[in-house]
Write a protein that binds this ligand. Structure first.
Ligand code: NAG
Length: 366
């Protein structure tokens, strides 16, 4: 008798559990559409996307424990996950991201990264996901424009669309993402000018826009970005001069502007900036002399001014620098004696090669 009662209660208990354990039907339908849109013939990740409880054991899906709504999608093609280490840590998926994803209206994190073969566009409706904090679609073959109203994503902190085939302009609305901390659009086909008011992105610490087709000049508003530590605009078609204000930035430590059409002269204040540790201005058309403004707190892991039109001598103050790890002044029109001193002792002739008339160690004696 007791045993029977026990079994009945277990049965009822299980019935309750299984009716509770179904995620939101809207979320379930959206996930099924996503699964249909993507083809993973290699790893079988979506084999776990079965049944009605998308909150339990669905690979890469996480729910809010209280609301049982889907909040995270995290599908990475390159990671330490055991399912990937089996296949040599590199996955492949084709297909595209279904616009049905926008029905996951509680989504805070969307990571579909490094699958190499995912094509199609960024669904325009993604900009309605007002809780989205992380949007990371790096390393696919996504094409088309960045949605014009991307600025609607007011909570976004990370926008990573690098290594895709995205074209069109940087939408003007991007500057209204006031919490954005990390922006990576590198290695796409983005053209046009950077928004003049780019500096409104006050929280931004990394802005990586390298390897695109950006034109126009560097917006001076960037000088107001007090948290920007890493600015990479290399390998675009940016023209104009290096704005002085970049030299006044408080935490800027890496500035890569190499491979553009930048002209004008080197701002003194940039070279004397204390925090700047990596400066690459290689392969531009920068002229004039190298300002003689280095000092005992100059600390450059890399200072690359090669392939420009710099003339005059190598500034003597450079020998006062605390540290210069990698120096490249080659392929300019410099002339005169290479200063002697600590930071120069380890440099090779290639750092000074192809100038007009430089001499002294490590080149020929004067
Ligand atoms: C600077 O940029 C050039 C051109 O893009 C590149 O070849 C070079 O390796 C870079 N220098 C450093 C120190 O990274």
């Amino acid at each position: 008798m007791k045993m029977r009662l026990f079994l009945i209660s277990v049965t009822i208990f299980c019935a309750i559990i299984s009716s509770v354990n179904s995620c939101s039907p809207a979320d379930l339908a959206a996930l099924k559409a996503i699964k249909t849109g993507l083809t993973d013939s290699q790893l079988g990740l979506f084999n776990s996307w079965v049944g009605t409880d998308c909150c339990v054991n669905w690979y890469g899906v996480s729910c809010d424990p209280e609301t049982k709504r889907v909040v995270d999608i995290n599908l990475r093609g390159e990671s330490e996950d055991p399912i990937l280490t089996k296949s040599g840590q590199s996955g492949f998926m084709s297909g595209s991201i279904s616009p049905e994803i926008c029905k996951l209206d509680r989504l805070t994190t969307l990571i579909v990264a490094d699958w190499k073969g995912i094509t199609g566009e960024i669904p325009k409706c993604l900009t309605s996901l007002s809780n989205l904090r992380v949007l990371d679609l790096i390393g696919n073959k996504i094409s088309g424009d960045i949605p014009a109203d991307i600025g609607n994503l007011k909570m976004l902190t990370v926008l990573n669309l690098a290594d895709n085939q995205i074209s069109g302009k940087i939408p003007a609305s991007i500057v209204s993402m006031s919490g954005l901390m990390h922006l990576d659009l590198s290695n796409n086909q983005i053209s046009g000018e950077m928004p003049a008011d780019f500096g409104k992105l006050k929280m931004l610490s990394r802005a990586l826009l390298n390897r695109n087709q950006l034109t126009g000049s560097i917006p001076v508003s960037i000088g107001n970005m007090n948290r920007l530590a890493d600015l990479d605009l290399s390998r675009n078609r940016i023209s104009g001069s290096v704005p002085d204000c970049l030299g006044k930035m408080q935490v800027l430590s890496t500035l890569n502007l190499d491979g553009n059409l930048i002209s004008g002269q080197l701002p003194s204040i940039l070279l004397s900036n204390r925090g700047l540790g990596i400066l690459n201005l290689s392969r531009n058309s920068i002229g004039g002399n190298i300002p003689d403004v280095f000092h005992g707190n100059s600390y450059f892991m890399a200072l690359d001014l090669s392939y420009n039109n710099l003339k005059g001598p190598i500034p003597g103050s450079l020998s006062a620098a605390k540290y210069i790890g990698h120096l490249d002044l080659s392929h300019n029109h410099l002339c005169g004696t290479i200063p002697v001193g600590n930071p120069f002792d380890h440099l090779e002739a290639s750092s000074f090669a192809n100038n007009d008339c430089l001499c002294g160690n490590p080149l020929r004696t004067c």
